[in-house]
Design a binder for this molecule. Structure first.
Ligand code: GDP
Ligand code: MG
Length: 441
């Protein structure tokens, strides 16, 4: 991994004070390779590396971390900053209809993403959404959107044969106004390359529709071409954001950095599958980890380092190794989680850990729930805390009464304790806690 390679570079440096310019430059050669491997466009890599070098040179090497780890953190922080620190939602709370126009190369995922966003706005945002396809180039493109609309239970503009894109846009706008839609989504025709006739068509549509959002849809597998795509689209229309599709595949997501850098616009969503629920808000930390090839471990390490003390973690690791993760440990973990932004924060950093995600989905992420869980553990006897299997039906009723909760909640907590034990074992398998330990000062 990048971390190992950097430790190689810095082998001699440990404990030698500040990061020198020549050491940092050697490290940045590895970073540069990692970024290019992740498909970040070359000019973007250059600029990024220069910036990160500037930030790293002269920094004191912390006693408790290796210089390699320190550089990873500096690079990671710079990457997150460049990707945009917070998720930016769609601007749809305007006088209706809010218009969202989708643009991008052919096959990038515009039509699919149009339906995904419409579904999300309908279900999560409770908006009344109308979709219209302006793609008169590809055969059956309008039917494709109609089919997706049926799947997503979202209305589509009736198809009128022979109508041109600008006229379809006008008709869609009128229908949206007359029929009281909150949001109108315009799916435009794709371009194989950046083609001026189609660019002009896109500009004309943007001219009549005056959209709140113009989203550029880009395939995450776009490599060095990302800069070209981004600059030609953003020169022609005022983009408001980017959607990165196919992040469910092998793409490391370097295109995110290129897009963000060239357009200056936020990446709003990532596509994570062909199905209509395969859409997530963009999470810079997560993508930064992926670009660096370090998963989400970097952000986990970071957050954990802020909040957990090394002795606590080591003691916990030792107990877990012996299979002794008990209610006292769970109680401590709950407190730490509260500090780490709740369970949902932790779960989002540990992809694939189903049990915890489920706990979150069941409402365990709520702060109030964490407080109630604490009360439940507080009502257990010391013996029950170390041996939760003692909790039979009778004891559960006592604990529920004592904590002002219900037996159902007690059961939920016991289930979560089991899930946590499983999760902790996984983290341990990843070498997680050892790595974490190295960062605690
Ligand atoms: P358009 O030409 O830009 O409208 O692209 P489409 O929406 O028709 O998508 C082209 C292909 O990419 C279709 O087969 C989609 O199912 C697929 N696709 C779109 N988004 C994603 C995604 O996030 N992940 C995966 N795996 N496939 C996607
Ligand atoms: Mg399409």
């Amino acid at each position: 991994s990048l971390s190992d390679r950097l430790n190689g570079v810095f082998d001699r440096l440990r404990g030698r004070g500040a990061l020198s310019e020549s050491d940092v430059r050697a490290a940045m050669r590895e970073v540069r390779i990692a970024l290019l491997e992740a498909d970040v466009a070359l000019p973007v890599v250059r600029e990024f590396v220069d910036k990160a070098t500037e930030q790293a040179v002269g920094q004191q090497v912390l006693r408790s971390v290796t210089p390699g780890q320190q550089v990873v953190k500096i690079v990671n922080d710079a990457l997150v900053e460049m990707l945009g620190s917070d998720a930016v939602d769609l601007n749809v709370d305007v006088t209706p209809p809010a218009i969202i126009m989708m643009v991008g190369l052919q096959g990038s995922g515009k039509t699919t993403t149009t339906a995904k966003i419409a579904k999300r706005l309908t279900e999560k945002g409770r908006k009344k959404v109308l979709m219209a396809s302006l793609d008169v180039n590809r055969p059956a493109a309008q039917e494709q959107l109609a089919t997706l609309g049926t799947q997503a239970s979202v209305a589509t503009l009736p198809i009128v044969a022979g109508q041109q894109p600008v006229d379809i846009a006008k008709r869609a706008l009128q229908a949206a106004k007359l029929q009281g839609y909150d949001v109108l989504m315009l799916d435009t025709a794709g371009r194989l390359h950046v083609d001026q006739a189609l660019m002009d068509e896109m500009k004309a549509v943007a001219g009549v529709a005056d959209p709140e959002e113009i989203l550029l849809v880009v395939d995450a597998l776009t490599g060095q071409d990302a800069v070209n795509v981004a600059s030609s689209f953003s020169e022609q229309v005022p983009l408001t954001g980017v959607v990165l599709t196919r992040m469910d595949g092998d793409a490391r997501g370097g295109a995110a950095l290129s897009m963000r850098h060239v357009t200056g616009k936020p990446i709003k969503f990532v596509g994570t599958g062909e199905k209509l629920d395969g859409l997530e808000l963009f999470q810079p930390q997560r993508v930064a980890g992926r670009i660096l090839g370090m998963g989400d471990v970097v952000s986990l390490v970071e957050k954990a380092a802020e909040t957990i003390k090394v002795e606590e973690a080591e003691a916990l690791a030792a107990r877990m190794a012996k299979g002794q993760f008990d209610m006292n440990d769970l109680r401590n973990q709950l407190k730490q989680m509260q500090r780490m932004g709740g369970l949902s924060g932790l779960a989002s950093m540990l992809p694939g850990i189903k049990q915890v995600k489920q706990a979150v989905a069941n409402g365990a992420a709520d702060d109030k729930v964490l407080v109630r869980m604490d009360a439940i553990i507080g009502s257990m006897t010391p013996k029950e805390r170390t041996k939760p299997e003692l909790l039979n039906a009778k004891r559960k009723i006592r604990v529920a009464k004592g904590s002002g909760t219900t037996v159902q909640e007690v059961n939920k907590l016991l289930k979560m304790h089991q899930d946590m034990s499983t999760m902790m074992k996984k983290v341990k398998k990843m070498g997680g806690l050892k790595q974490l330990g190295a960062l605690f000062g």
